[in-house]
Design a protein around this ligand. Structure first.
Ligand code: IMP
Length: 424
C-alpha cells in the first residue's frame, strides 16, 4: 500500500523532476496533484534534457501510469502540445490519465493573469500561464472541468459564456477583445485528442493503492510558494505542501507512507517576494551560473542565496518530511566558505521561526553560521563516503537544522549522479 509524496521544500526549482525520475524506478503510478503548466520539471536522461510542465515525470518509463489529478488547472492546448512533443521524442503517452475533475485554463485566464500583473501595485512575478485566474474561477464555481472535453457542445457553450464575461472585463480595462471562435477552434482541436484520456482518476488512484501498487505523488513548486504556508501574497495559487496530495489526488491521509522533501544545497527563487538570504554579490552570480539557475518555464534568471534553515525547517514541519533529498551539492564545490542561515533578526528580535508576514520577512536579517568549503569536485561521488569530509559535515548540519534525515544526495543532473545517502 505504499503511497509516497515528494514535494519541494523551498521556492520551487529544487530538482524534483530528477528525483522523481530516480524514485519512479520502483513506482507503478505517478500523480500530479496541484498547479499547472507553471511548473517546469527538468529530467536528464543520458545526454538528453527534457522539460515537463504538466505531464508527470514518470512519463519516460512506459510501465508507469501518469496521472494528472483533480487538483490541477490544465491548459488543454498546452497539454496537447506537450504530449505531441513527448511523442516526437519517441516516448509513448498512452499511459497518461487526466482527471475528469481537473479545472481547465483557457486564453482568458492567461490574459487576466497578465492584466492583473500589469495593474498591480505589488507585482507577483507570475509565470503568466493563467494559474491564479483559473483557480479563482474554480473557487467562484464558474470553472470548466476536464470532463467537458468529452462533450464538445457543452464545452463550446460554457467557453462562449465565459469569454463574454471576460471580454466585458477586458473592455473595461481597455485591452483587446478575445477572438472567441478562433480560440474555441483551438480548444476543440485539443479536446479531440485529450478526451480519451479523461477519466475518474480518484478511482484509478485508489484502486492502485488498494492493490498495493507503489504510488508517488509529485508536487510542483515548493512549500514557500504554498497559498497558505508560503510568503503570501507572493505565492502560487495552490497547496504545494503534502496535504495538497490528499485533496488534489483524492486519497485519504492514512494511505501516506513517506513524505520526501527535495532541498537544494542553497536557495533560489523566481519572481517577486521576500527572500532573506538572497545574495546580490559575485557569489550569487556564481551560483546562478554554476547551477544554471534560469527558469525552466519562463527562462527568467533565478535569484540565488545561501541555504535558509529557518525557512526549510518550517517547510519540513508543515509537510511532515521524513526523507530529504539534497540536490546540487556539487554547485558549492568551488566556495571557500559556505553560510547557512540559522536564525533571523526581525526588528532587533532573534527568532528561529518563519514569520507569516511579508513585512517581517522583508525586515529579517539572516544570522549566519559559516562552514568551511571543500574546494574539490564532488560530481564523481557515487556514495556518501566518496564525498570530502567538509561536504559531509555541511550535509549533516543541514539535516540537523531542519530536523529531518537525508536519504538521497545528488551531485549532478544525470541519473547516475544521484545516490542513496546510505549506499555502500
Ligand atoms: P504563478 O504560479 O504563475 O501564479 O506564479 C506565482 C509565483 O510562483 C511566481 O513568483 C512564480 O515565479 C512562482 N512559480 C510558479 N511556478 C513555479 C515553479 O515551478 N518554480 C518556481 N517558481 C514558480
Amino acid at each position: 500500500m505504499p503511497v509516497d509524496i515528494l514535494v519541494g521544500t523551498q521556492w520551487g526549482d529544487e530538482g524534483k523532476g530528477k528525483l522523481i525520475d530516480v524514485l519512479t524506478r520502483d513506482v507503478d503510478m505517478v500523480v500530479r496533484f496541484q498547479g499547472g503548466n507553471n511548473a517546469g520539471h527538468t529530467v536528464e536522461i543520458g545526454d538528453k534534457r527534457y522539460v515537463l510542465h504538466l505531464v508527470p515525470s514518470g512519463i519516460f518509463r512506459p510501465e508507469v501510469t501518469c496521472v494528472i489529478g483533480n487538483g490541477l488547472v490544465v491548459d488543454p492546448v498546452a497539454l496537447d502540445e506537450e504530449l505531441r512533443g513527448i511523442e516526437e521524442k519517441g516516448f509513448s503517452t498512452d499511459n497518461v490519465q487526466l482527471s475528469n475533475r481537473a479545472q481547465m485554463i483557457f486564453i482568458y485566464h492567461r490574459v487576466a493573469d497578465s492584466l492583473n500583473e500589469s495593474g498591480a501595485t505589488k507585482k507577483i512575478g507570475t509565470t503568466g500561464r493563467g494559474i491564479g485566474p483559473a483557480y479563482m474561477d474554480k473557487m467562484r464555481r464558474t470553472g470548466i472541468r476536464a470532463i467537458d472535453l468529452k462533450f464538445p457542445e457543452k464545452l463550446a457553450e460554457q467557453f462562449r459564456t465565459e469569454c463574454a464575461r471576460y471580454n466585458k472585463i477586458f473592455a473595461e480595462a481597455g485591452i483587446q477583445q478575445l477572438d472567441v471562435e478562433a480560440e474555441l477552434t483551438k480548444v476543440l482541436e485539443a479536446a479531440k485528442r485529450l478526451a480519451p484520456m479523461v477519466c475518474d482518476t480518484v478511482y484509478s488512484v485508489n484502486r492502485a493503492v488498494k492493490e498495493g501498487k507503489n504510488v508517488l505523488f509529485e508536487g510542483a513548486q515548493g512549500a514557500l510558494l504554498d497559498i497558505d504556508h508560503g510568503t503570501y501574497p507572493f505565492v502560487t495559487s495552490s497547496n504545494t505542501t503534502s496535504g495538497g496530495a490528499c485533496t488534489g489526488g483524492g486519497v485519504p491521509p492514512q494511505s501516506i507512507r513517506d513524505v520526501w522533501g527535495v532541498i537544494k544545497a542553497y536557495t533560489t527563487r523566481v519572481g517577486e517576494g521576500p527572500f532573506p538570504t538572497e545574495l546580490f554579490d559575485a557569489t550569487g552570480e556564481k551560483l546562478r551560473q554554476i547551477g544554471r539557475e534560469f527558469g525552466a518555464t519562463t527562462g527568467r534568471p533565478r535569484r540565488c542565496g545561501w541555504f535558509d534553515a529557518v525557512a526549510s525547517r518550517y517547510a519540513c514541519m508543515v509537510n511532515g518530511i521524513n526523507k530529504l533529498a539534497v540536490t546540487k551539492l556539487d554547485c558549492l564545490d568551488d566556495l571557500d566558505e559556505i553560510a547557512i542561515c540559522v536564525a533571523y533578526k526581525v526588528n532587533g528580535v532573534l527568532t528561529t521561526e518563519f514569520p507569516a508576514s511579508v513585512a517581517e520577512l522583508e525586515a529579517a536579517e539572516p544570522v549566519y553560521e559559516y562552514l568551511p568549503g571543500w574546494k574539490c569536485s564532488t560530481s564523481e561521488a557515487r556514495k556518501a563516503a566518496d564525498l570530502p569530509e567538509n561536504a559531509r559535515k555541511y550535509l549533516a548540519r543541514m539535516a540537523e537544522l531542519v530536523d529531518s534525515e537525508i536519504a538521497i544526495i545528488s551531485v549532478g543532473p544525470r541519473r547516475d549522479q544521484t545516490f542513496a545517502a546510505d549506499a555502500e
